[in-house]
Design a protein around this ligand. Sequence first.
Ligand code: FES
Length: 109
Amino acid sequence: MRRGVSAPAKHLELCDSADIAPGTALKVEIGDLVLAVFNIDNKFYVIDDQCTHGPGSLSEGYVEGDIIECNFHGGQFNIRTGEVVLPPCMVPIKTYLSTIVDGKVTIEV
Ligand code: FES
């Protein structure tokens, strides 16, 4: 049985997909969110920009396949799943479901 009524999902338009070359990332600030948008083989993935370990900005990290390495202490996350790949990060990074709508990367929040 469902309890309560959840708020309808809100679509946020982040950027033009053409603005992000394959293998790179773009930092996008929208409302209270600071996000890193990645292009991996022309599929787009969105995660929180701030590393869960500290102040590192993941959009400024090093992309290797579907792994992002934080440029602060070298911790790594899987961009697709948010799972930690390499310490010192211990907490997964939040991921957002993204879709392309009219050439724009969008997420639901
Ligand atoms: S701030 Fe990212 S690994 Fe420490």
